[in-house]
Design a binder for this molecule. Sequence first.
Ligand code: C2E
Ligand code: MG
Ligand code: MG
Length: 448
Amino acid sequence: MILNVAVPNEFSALRVITLASDAACAHRLASALSGLGVLPLANVESLDALQAWLEDSPVDVIVCEIRPECGDGLMLPSVLKARHESGKLAQFPGIFWMGETTLGTPGGAIDSARTFAHEKPGKPLWIKYMGGVAVSALESHARLARAAGIFVEIVREGGTLDLGDALRATVLTRVQPDPSLRKNTFDALAEDEVIHALTTGDGLRFVFQPQFELLSRRIVGAEALVRWKHPRFGEVPPSVLMPLVNRLGLDLLLFSLVEMWTIKVMLSLKRANIQIPIAVNASAKTICTPNFAGRLAARMRQAELPNRLLKIELTEDVSEPNELYLSASLTAIRAKGFQVSMDDFGTGAATFALLANLSFDEMKIDGSFVRGVEQHSSSRNVIAGIVNWARLLNLSLVAEGIEDESTIPLLHRLGCRIGQGYALARPMEIDAFLNFVTQQNSATTSAG
Ligand code: C2E
Ligand code: MG
Ligand code: MG
Protein backbone atom coordinates (compact mmCIF):
# COMPACT_ATOMS: atom_id res chain seq x y z
CA MET A 1 0.00 0.00 0.00
CA ILE A 2 1.32 3.45 -0.87
CA LEU A 3 0.65 6.28 1.58
CA ASN A 4 0.46 9.80 0.26
CA VAL A 5 3.26 11.04 2.50
CA ALA A 6 5.34 13.71 0.73
CA VAL A 7 2.99 13.63 -2.22
CA PRO A 8 1.88 17.18 -2.95
CA ASN A 9 -1.77 17.50 -2.02
CA GLU A 10 -4.36 20.18 -2.61
CA PHE A 11 -3.04 22.19 0.35
CA SER A 12 0.67 21.89 -0.25
CA ALA A 13 0.95 25.43 -1.61
CA LEU A 14 -0.50 26.87 1.60
CA ARG A 15 1.89 28.46 4.06
CA VAL A 16 0.39 27.62 7.44
CA ILE A 17 1.63 28.53 10.90
CA THR A 18 0.14 27.88 14.33
CA LEU A 19 -0.18 30.33 17.21
CA ALA A 20 -0.03 28.58 20.57
CA SER A 21 1.63 29.67 23.79
CA ASP A 22 2.25 26.15 25.03
CA ALA A 23 3.74 23.03 23.49
CA ALA A 24 0.72 20.77 24.14
CA CYS A 25 -1.59 23.14 22.31
CA ALA A 26 0.88 23.58 19.43
CA HIS A 27 1.09 19.79 19.17
CA ARG A 28 -2.73 19.44 19.04
CA LEU A 29 -2.96 21.96 16.22
CA ALA A 30 -0.07 20.42 14.30
CA SER A 31 -1.64 16.94 14.60
CA ALA A 32 -4.98 18.17 13.27
CA LEU A 33 -3.20 19.76 10.31
CA SER A 34 -0.90 16.85 9.60
CA GLY A 35 -3.99 14.62 9.40
CA LEU A 36 -4.77 16.61 6.25
CA GLY A 37 -1.22 16.47 4.95
CA VAL A 38 -0.37 20.02 6.05
CA LEU A 39 2.90 20.60 7.86
CA PRO A 40 2.89 23.94 9.70
CA LEU A 41 5.94 26.05 8.90
CA ALA A 42 6.29 27.06 12.52
CA ASN A 43 4.52 27.57 15.79
CA VAL A 44 4.70 31.11 17.17
CA GLU A 45 4.15 31.45 20.89
CA SER A 46 2.82 34.98 21.18
CA LEU A 47 1.48 37.90 19.18
CA ASP A 48 4.91 39.54 19.37
CA ALA A 49 6.56 36.41 17.98
CA LEU A 50 3.91 36.36 15.25
CA GLN A 51 4.69 39.95 14.29
CA ALA A 52 8.39 39.08 14.09
CA TRP A 53 7.60 36.06 11.89
CA LEU A 54 5.43 38.14 9.57
CA GLU A 55 8.28 40.63 9.08
CA ASP A 56 10.16 38.02 7.05
CA SER A 57 7.71 35.38 5.92
CA PRO A 58 4.35 35.74 4.28
CA VAL A 59 1.69 33.39 5.61
CA ASP A 60 -1.61 32.16 4.16
CA VAL A 61 -3.24 30.74 7.28
CA ILE A 62 -2.75 31.19 11.01
CA VAL A 63 -4.34 28.43 13.07
CA CYS A 64 -4.90 29.08 16.76
CA GLU A 65 -6.84 27.61 19.62
CA ILE A 66 -9.42 29.62 21.51
CA ARG A 67 -8.77 28.87 25.15
CA PRO A 68 -9.99 30.41 28.41
CA GLU A 69 -6.51 31.42 29.54
CA CYS A 70 -5.35 33.00 26.30
CA GLY A 71 -6.82 35.96 24.41
CA ASP A 72 -4.21 35.96 21.61
CA GLY A 73 -6.50 34.31 19.06
CA LEU A 74 -9.19 36.92 19.64
CA MET A 75 -6.69 39.74 19.28
CA LEU A 76 -5.36 38.37 16.03
CA PRO A 77 -7.72 40.20 13.61
CA SER A 78 -6.93 43.58 15.16
CA VAL A 79 -3.18 42.87 15.18
CA LEU A 80 -3.30 41.97 11.47
CA LYS A 81 -5.49 44.97 10.70
CA ALA A 82 -3.01 47.31 12.43
CA ARG A 83 -0.12 45.81 10.43
CA HIS A 84 -2.10 46.17 7.24
CA GLU A 85 -2.94 49.81 7.99
CA SER A 86 0.69 50.61 8.72
CA GLY A 87 1.66 49.13 5.35
CA LYS A 88 3.50 46.15 6.85
CA LEU A 89 1.12 43.48 5.59
CA ALA A 90 0.12 43.30 1.93
CA GLN A 91 -2.43 40.51 2.18
CA PHE A 92 -4.26 39.19 5.22
CA PRO A 93 -3.63 35.57 6.15
CA GLY A 94 -6.75 33.56 6.96
CA ILE A 95 -7.38 32.92 10.65
CA PHE A 96 -8.74 29.61 11.90
CA TRP A 97 -10.05 29.49 15.44
CA MET A 98 -10.17 25.99 16.81
CA GLY A 99 -11.17 24.77 20.24
CA GLU A 100 -13.25 22.52 22.35
CA THR A 101 -16.92 23.45 22.45
CA THR A 102 -18.91 23.13 25.64
CA LEU A 103 -22.39 24.00 26.82
CA GLY A 104 -22.97 26.38 29.69
CA THR A 105 -25.24 29.05 31.07
CA PRO A 106 -24.41 32.75 30.89
CA GLY A 107 -22.20 33.78 33.77
CA GLY A 108 -22.05 30.22 35.10
CA ALA A 109 -19.21 27.77 35.14
CA ILE A 110 -18.68 26.13 31.82
CA ASP A 111 -18.86 22.41 31.85
CA SER A 112 -20.08 20.14 29.13
CA ALA A 113 -21.02 17.46 31.63
CA ARG A 114 -22.85 19.74 34.03
CA THR A 115 -26.56 19.41 34.78
CA PHE A 116 -28.67 22.25 36.05
CA ALA A 117 -31.15 20.59 38.35
CA HIS A 118 -32.32 23.90 39.81
CA GLU A 119 -33.43 25.31 36.48
CA LYS A 120 -37.11 25.51 35.75
CA PRO A 121 -38.10 22.91 33.15
CA GLY A 122 -38.76 24.40 29.76
CA LYS A 123 -36.61 27.46 30.42
CA PRO A 124 -33.03 26.32 30.10
CA LEU A 125 -30.72 28.95 28.63
CA TRP A 126 -27.89 26.94 27.15
CA ILE A 127 -25.11 28.72 25.37
CA LYS A 128 -22.33 27.15 23.33
CA TYR A 129 -18.86 28.23 24.26
CA MET A 130 -15.53 27.66 22.60
CA GLY A 131 -12.63 27.98 24.99
CA GLY A 132 -14.73 30.06 27.37
CA VAL A 133 -16.06 32.48 24.74
CA ALA A 134 -19.68 32.30 23.58
CA VAL A 135 -19.70 30.87 20.06
CA SER A 136 -22.23 33.55 19.07
CA ALA A 137 -19.66 36.14 20.16
CA LEU A 138 -16.96 34.43 18.15
CA GLU A 139 -19.26 34.34 15.16
CA SER A 140 -20.02 38.05 15.46
CA HIS A 141 -16.34 38.81 15.78
CA ALA A 142 -15.58 36.64 12.75
CA ARG A 143 -18.25 38.49 10.75
CA LEU A 144 -16.73 41.83 11.68
CA ALA A 145 -13.28 40.63 10.76
CA ARG A 146 -14.58 39.39 7.41
CA ALA A 147 -16.18 42.76 6.78
CA ALA A 148 -12.75 44.27 7.37
CA GLY A 149 -11.33 41.90 4.77
CA ILE A 150 -9.92 39.21 7.06
CA PHE A 151 -11.01 35.63 6.49
CA VAL A 152 -11.78 34.16 9.91
CA GLU A 153 -13.18 30.69 10.25
CA ILE A 154 -14.40 28.99 13.40
CA VAL A 155 -13.56 25.33 13.10
CA ARG A 156 -15.63 23.31 15.54
CA GLU A 157 -17.62 20.15 15.86
CA GLY A 158 -21.05 20.67 14.38
CA GLY A 159 -19.92 23.93 12.77
CA THR A 160 -20.39 24.76 9.13
CA LEU A 161 -16.84 23.92 8.09
CA ASP A 162 -14.35 21.34 9.22
CA LEU A 163 -10.63 21.98 9.02
CA GLY A 164 -10.32 20.51 5.53
CA ASP A 165 -13.18 22.64 4.21
CA ALA A 166 -11.67 25.74 5.79
CA LEU A 167 -8.29 25.05 4.17
CA ARG A 168 -10.01 24.38 0.86
CA ALA A 169 -11.92 27.66 1.13
CA THR A 170 -8.62 29.47 1.69
CA VAL A 171 -7.12 27.88 -1.38
CA LEU A 172 -10.13 28.57 -3.57
CA THR A 173 -11.23 32.01 -2.41
CA ARG A 174 -9.72 35.17 -1.18
CA VAL A 175 -11.54 37.37 1.26
CA GLN A 176 -14.84 38.83 0.19
CA PRO A 177 -16.61 41.28 2.49
CA ASP A 178 -20.10 40.03 3.24
CA PRO A 179 -22.72 42.70 2.39
CA SER A 180 -25.48 40.82 4.25
CA LEU A 181 -23.69 41.82 7.45
CA ARG A 182 -25.47 45.11 7.53
CA LYS A 183 -28.77 43.35 8.24
CA ASN A 184 -27.97 42.57 11.85
CA THR A 185 -30.58 42.81 14.55
CA PHE A 186 -29.95 45.45 17.20
CA ASP A 187 -28.86 42.84 19.76
CA ALA A 188 -26.37 41.27 17.43
CA LEU A 189 -25.15 44.72 16.50
CA ALA A 190 -24.64 45.65 20.13
CA GLU A 191 -22.69 42.44 20.64
CA ASP A 192 -20.72 43.05 17.48
CA GLU A 193 -19.89 46.52 18.68
CA VAL A 194 -18.69 45.36 22.08
CA ILE A 195 -16.59 42.66 20.44
CA HIS A 196 -15.27 45.15 17.92
CA ALA A 197 -14.33 47.60 20.67
CA LEU A 198 -12.58 44.95 22.73
CA THR A 199 -10.69 43.32 19.92
CA THR A 200 -9.64 46.47 18.09
CA GLY A 201 -9.52 48.87 21.02
CA ASP A 202 -11.70 51.31 19.03
CA GLY A 203 -13.45 53.71 21.41
CA LEU A 204 -11.94 52.00 24.46
CA ARG A 205 -9.90 53.92 27.06
CA PHE A 206 -8.57 53.25 30.51
CA VAL A 207 -8.71 55.83 33.24
CA PHE A 208 -7.03 55.82 36.63
CA GLN A 209 -8.43 57.06 39.92
CA PRO A 210 -5.96 57.78 42.72
CA GLN A 211 -6.44 56.55 46.28
CA PHE A 212 -5.31 58.71 49.17
CA GLU A 213 -4.22 58.40 52.74
CA LEU A 214 -7.00 60.51 54.22
CA LEU A 215 -4.96 62.32 56.86
CA SER A 216 -1.89 63.28 54.82
CA ARG A 217 -3.58 63.33 51.37
CA ARG A 218 -0.66 61.34 50.08
CA ILE A 219 -1.44 59.17 47.01
CA VAL A 220 -1.03 55.57 48.06
CA GLY A 221 -2.58 53.70 45.16
CA ALA A 222 -4.94 53.87 42.20
CA GLU A 223 -7.66 51.90 40.43
CA ALA A 224 -7.84 51.28 36.68
CA LEU A 225 -11.30 51.65 35.12
CA VAL A 226 -12.50 51.03 31.59
CA ARG A 227 -14.27 53.64 29.45
CA TRP A 228 -16.08 53.00 26.19
CA LYS A 229 -17.18 55.70 23.77
CA HIS A 230 -19.77 54.26 21.44
CA PRO A 231 -19.71 55.71 17.90
CA ARG A 232 -23.40 56.75 18.09
CA PHE A 233 -24.45 56.63 21.76
CA GLY A 234 -21.39 58.34 23.24
CA GLU A 235 -19.96 57.26 26.60
CA VAL A 236 -21.37 53.91 27.70
CA PRO A 237 -20.94 53.40 31.45
CA PRO A 238 -19.18 50.26 32.73
CA SER A 239 -22.44 49.27 34.42
CA VAL A 240 -23.86 48.73 30.92
CA LEU A 241 -20.68 47.48 29.29
CA MET A 242 -19.62 44.94 31.90
CA PRO A 243 -22.73 42.70 31.75
CA LEU A 244 -22.32 42.54 27.95
CA VAL A 245 -18.62 41.73 28.27
CA ASN A 246 -19.38 38.99 30.79
CA ARG A 247 -22.25 37.57 28.74
CA LEU A 248 -20.00 37.31 25.71
CA GLY A 249 -17.25 35.60 27.69
CA LEU A 250 -14.84 38.44 26.90
CA ASP A 251 -13.99 39.31 30.50
CA LEU A 252 -10.49 37.82 30.26
CA LEU A 253 -9.80 39.79 27.11
CA LEU A 254 -10.87 43.01 28.85
CA PHE A 255 -8.78 42.09 31.86
CA SER A 256 -5.73 41.58 29.62
CA LEU A 257 -6.25 45.01 28.07
CA VAL A 258 -6.60 46.77 31.42
CA GLU A 259 -3.59 44.87 32.71
CA MET A 260 -1.55 45.89 29.67
CA TRP A 261 -2.35 49.60 30.13
CA THR A 262 -1.83 49.36 33.86
CA ILE A 263 1.64 47.92 33.31
CA LYS A 264 2.40 50.79 30.91
CA VAL A 265 1.32 53.28 33.57
CA MET A 266 3.39 51.49 36.23
CA LEU A 267 6.45 51.66 33.98
CA SER A 268 5.97 55.40 33.49
CA LEU A 269 5.64 55.84 37.25
CA LYS A 270 8.72 53.70 37.81
CA ARG A 271 10.70 56.02 35.52
CA ALA A 272 9.60 58.87 37.80
CA ASN A 273 10.70 56.81 40.79
CA ILE A 274 7.15 56.33 42.06
CA GLN A 275 5.93 52.94 43.17
CA ILE A 276 2.27 52.75 44.11
CA PRO A 277 0.05 49.71 43.72
CA ILE A 278 -2.58 49.87 41.00
CA ALA A 279 -5.77 47.85 41.23
CA VAL A 280 -7.42 46.11 38.28
CA ASN A 281 -10.99 44.84 38.57
CA ALA A 282 -11.64 41.19 37.83
CA SER A 283 -14.70 38.99 38.14
CA ALA A 284 -14.57 35.65 39.93
CA LYS A 285 -14.79 33.95 36.55
CA THR A 286 -11.70 35.80 35.30
CA ILE A 287 -9.80 35.05 38.49
CA CYS A 288 -10.67 31.34 38.17
CA THR A 289 -9.12 31.12 34.70
CA PRO A 290 -6.54 28.30 34.78
CA ASN A 291 -3.06 29.58 35.61
CA PHE A 292 -4.33 33.14 36.09
CA ALA A 293 -1.66 33.84 38.74
CA GLY A 294 1.14 32.36 36.65
CA ARG A 295 0.21 34.43 33.63
CA LEU A 296 0.05 37.61 35.71
CA ALA A 297 3.45 36.87 37.19
CA ALA A 298 4.94 36.26 33.74
CA ARG A 299 3.68 39.64 32.48
CA MET A 300 5.08 41.45 35.52
CA ARG A 301 8.40 39.64 35.20
CA GLN A 302 8.59 40.60 31.54
CA ALA A 303 7.98 44.24 32.51
CA GLU A 304 10.50 43.94 35.37
CA LEU A 305 7.94 45.11 37.89
CA PRO A 306 7.44 43.67 41.38
CA ASN A 307 4.19 41.71 41.79
CA ARG A 308 3.24 43.63 44.92
CA LEU A 309 2.44 46.66 42.73
CA LEU A 310 -0.50 44.92 41.04
CA LYS A 311 -3.70 44.55 43.01
CA ILE A 312 -6.61 42.44 41.86
CA GLU A 313 -10.04 43.68 42.91
CA LEU A 314 -12.65 40.96 43.03
CA THR A 315 -15.88 42.49 41.75
CA GLU A 316 -19.17 40.79 42.48
CA ASP A 317 -20.67 41.14 39.04
CA VAL A 318 -20.30 37.44 38.23
CA SER A 319 -20.92 34.94 40.98
CA GLU A 320 -18.61 31.97 41.28
CA PRO A 321 -20.56 28.92 42.39
CA ASN A 322 -17.44 27.06 43.35
CA GLU A 323 -16.18 29.09 46.27
CA LEU A 324 -13.48 26.58 47.07
CA TYR A 325 -12.01 26.98 43.60
CA LEU A 326 -12.19 30.76 43.85
CA SER A 327 -10.48 30.62 47.22
CA ALA A 328 -7.69 28.46 45.74
CA SER A 329 -7.24 30.91 42.87
CA LEU A 330 -7.10 33.89 45.23
CA THR A 331 -4.58 32.09 47.39
CA ALA A 332 -2.42 31.31 44.35
CA ILE A 333 -2.51 34.98 43.36
CA ARG A 334 -1.49 36.08 46.84
CA ALA A 335 1.21 33.41 47.02
CA LYS A 336 2.87 35.09 44.04
CA GLY A 337 2.95 38.37 45.94
CA PHE A 338 0.02 40.16 44.27
CA GLN A 339 -2.45 41.91 46.51
CA VAL A 340 -6.09 40.91 46.46
CA SER A 341 -8.92 43.25 47.34
CA MET A 342 -12.61 42.58 47.85
CA ASP A 343 -14.55 45.26 46.00
CA ASP A 344 -17.84 46.81 47.12
CA PHE A 345 -17.80 45.10 50.48
CA GLY A 346 -21.18 45.18 52.16
CA THR A 347 -23.31 44.81 49.06
CA GLY A 348 -23.02 41.04 48.59
CA ALA A 349 -23.40 38.17 51.04
CA ALA A 350 -21.73 35.37 49.14
CA THR A 351 -18.28 36.57 50.03
CA PHE A 352 -18.33 36.26 53.84
CA ALA A 353 -17.04 32.70 53.66
CA LEU A 354 -14.17 33.82 51.46
CA LEU A 355 -13.38 36.67 53.79
CA ALA A 356 -13.28 34.30 56.75
CA ASN A 357 -10.91 32.14 54.72
CA LEU A 358 -8.40 35.00 54.75
CA SER A 359 -8.16 35.08 50.98
CA PHE A 360 -7.78 38.87 50.86
CA ASP A 361 -5.38 41.70 51.70
CA GLU A 362 -7.93 44.50 51.49
CA MET A 363 -11.64 45.32 51.59
CA LYS A 364 -13.24 48.26 49.84
CA ILE A 365 -16.27 49.71 51.59
CA ASP A 366 -19.03 50.24 49.08
CA GLY A 367 -19.73 53.87 48.17
CA SER A 368 -23.40 53.52 49.18
CA PHE A 369 -22.39 53.36 52.88
CA VAL A 370 -19.76 56.04 52.49
CA ARG A 371 -22.16 58.47 50.84
CA GLY A 372 -24.71 58.00 53.63
CA VAL A 373 -22.22 58.34 56.45
CA GLU A 374 -23.26 61.83 57.55
CA GLN A 375 -27.02 61.40 57.26
CA HIS A 376 -27.55 57.82 58.40
CA SER A 377 -26.41 56.37 61.68
CA SER A 378 -26.92 52.91 60.11
CA SER A 379 -24.22 53.70 57.53
CA ARG A 380 -21.89 54.82 60.31
CA ASN A 381 -22.60 51.60 62.21
CA VAL A 382 -21.93 49.47 59.13
CA ILE A 383 -18.65 51.28 58.49
CA ALA A 384 -17.59 50.94 62.14
CA GLY A 385 -18.41 47.23 61.91
CA ILE A 386 -16.40 46.79 58.72
CA VAL A 387 -13.46 48.65 60.31
CA ASN A 388 -13.56 46.12 63.18
CA TRP A 389 -13.73 43.18 60.80
CA ALA A 390 -10.77 44.53 58.88
CA ARG A 391 -8.74 44.90 62.08
CA LEU A 392 -9.62 41.40 63.27
CA LEU A 393 -8.73 39.88 59.92
CA ASN A 394 -5.67 42.09 59.49
CA LEU A 395 -6.96 43.58 56.23
CA SER A 396 -6.40 47.07 54.92
CA LEU A 397 -9.44 49.12 54.11
CA VAL A 398 -10.37 51.60 51.40
CA ALA A 399 -13.47 53.79 51.62
CA GLU A 400 -14.92 54.23 48.11
CA GLY A 401 -17.17 56.88 46.62
CA ILE A 402 -16.17 59.79 48.87
CA GLU A 403 -18.07 62.64 47.23
CA ASP A 404 -17.98 65.27 49.98
CA GLU A 405 -14.93 66.76 51.57
CA SER A 406 -16.96 67.10 54.78
CA THR A 407 -17.24 63.33 55.22
CA ILE A 408 -13.48 62.80 55.28
CA PRO A 409 -12.85 63.70 58.96
CA LEU A 410 -15.84 61.56 59.97
CA LEU A 411 -14.59 58.59 57.96
CA HIS A 412 -11.19 59.03 59.55
CA ARG A 413 -12.72 59.07 63.03
CA LEU A 414 -14.55 55.86 62.20
CA GLY A 415 -11.20 54.22 61.43
CA CYS A 416 -10.90 54.57 57.63
CA ARG A 417 -7.35 55.51 56.71
CA ILE A 418 -7.47 55.28 52.93
CA GLY A 419 -10.10 56.67 50.57
CA GLN A 420 -11.08 57.14 46.97
CA GLY A 421 -13.74 59.39 45.49
CA TYR A 422 -14.66 62.48 43.51
CA ALA A 423 -13.92 64.72 46.52
CA LEU A 424 -10.29 63.57 46.38
CA ALA A 425 -9.76 63.01 42.66
CA ARG A 426 -11.85 61.81 39.74
CA PRO A 427 -10.77 58.99 37.44
CA MET A 428 -8.28 60.54 34.99
CA GLU A 429 -6.97 59.86 31.51
CA ILE A 430 -3.49 58.33 31.57
CA ASP A 431 -1.46 61.48 30.87
CA ALA A 432 -3.45 63.54 33.34
CA PHE A 433 -3.07 60.80 35.95
CA LEU A 434 0.70 60.58 35.46
CA ASN A 435 1.03 64.37 35.74
CA PHE A 436 -1.18 64.46 38.80
CA VAL A 437 0.74 61.72 40.61
CA THR A 438 4.19 63.06 39.76
CA GLN A 439 3.22 66.61 40.81
CA GLN A 440 1.72 65.42 44.10
CA ASN A 441 4.77 63.28 44.68
CA SER A 442 7.23 66.11 44.18
CA ALA A 443 5.07 68.42 46.35
CA THR A 444 5.08 65.81 49.17
CA THR A 445 8.82 65.15 48.74
CA SER A 446 9.76 68.85 48.88
CA ALA A 447 7.39 69.43 51.82
CA GLY A 448 9.00 66.48 53.65
P1 C2E B 1 -15.83 49.74 41.12
O1 C2E B 1 -14.73 48.81 40.84
O2 C2E B 1 -16.40 49.74 42.48
O3 C2E B 1 -15.27 51.16 40.72
C1 C2E B 1 -15.57 52.34 41.40
C2 C2E B 1 -16.62 53.09 40.67
O4 C2E B 1 -17.00 54.26 41.40
C3 C2E B 1 -16.14 53.62 39.33
O5 C2E B 1 -17.26 53.64 38.50
C4 C2E B 1 -15.73 55.06 39.65
O6 C2E B 1 -15.72 55.90 38.52
C5 C2E B 1 -16.83 55.41 40.62
N1 C2E B 1 -16.50 56.47 41.54
C6 C2E B 1 -15.30 56.87 41.99
N2 C2E B 1 -15.43 57.86 42.89
C7 C2E B 1 -16.76 58.11 42.99
C8 C2E B 1 -17.54 59.03 43.75
O7 C2E B 1 -17.06 59.83 44.52
N3 C2E B 1 -18.90 58.97 43.58
C9 C2E B 1 -19.48 58.08 42.75
N4 C2E B 1 -20.80 58.12 42.64
N5 C2E B 1 -18.78 57.19 42.03
C10 C2E B 1 -17.44 57.21 42.16
P2 C2E B 1 -17.21 53.14 37.02
O8 C2E B 1 -15.91 53.49 36.41
O9 C2E B 1 -18.46 53.59 36.38
O10 C2E B 1 -17.24 51.57 37.19
C11 C2E B 1 -18.35 50.92 37.71
C12 C2E B 1 -18.03 49.49 37.97
O11 C2E B 1 -17.78 48.79 36.74
C13 C2E B 1 -16.75 49.30 38.77
O12 C2E B 1 -17.04 49.49 40.12
C14 C2E B 1 -16.37 47.88 38.41
O13 C2E B 1 -17.12 46.95 39.14
C15 C2E B 1 -16.78 47.83 36.96
N6 C2E B 1 -15.61 48.14 36.14
C16 C2E B 1 -15.12 49.33 35.74
N7 C2E B 1 -14.01 49.17 34.99
C17 C2E B 1 -13.79 47.84 34.94
C18 C2E B 1 -12.80 47.02 34.31
O14 C2E B 1 -11.86 47.50 33.65
N8 C2E B 1 -12.93 45.67 34.48
C19 C2E B 1 -13.93 45.12 35.20
N9 C2E B 1 -13.98 43.77 35.33
N10 C2E B 1 -14.87 45.84 35.82
C20 C2E B 1 -14.81 47.19 35.68
MG1 MG C 1 -13.14 48.23 41.82
MG1 MG D 1 -16.12 49.33 44.17
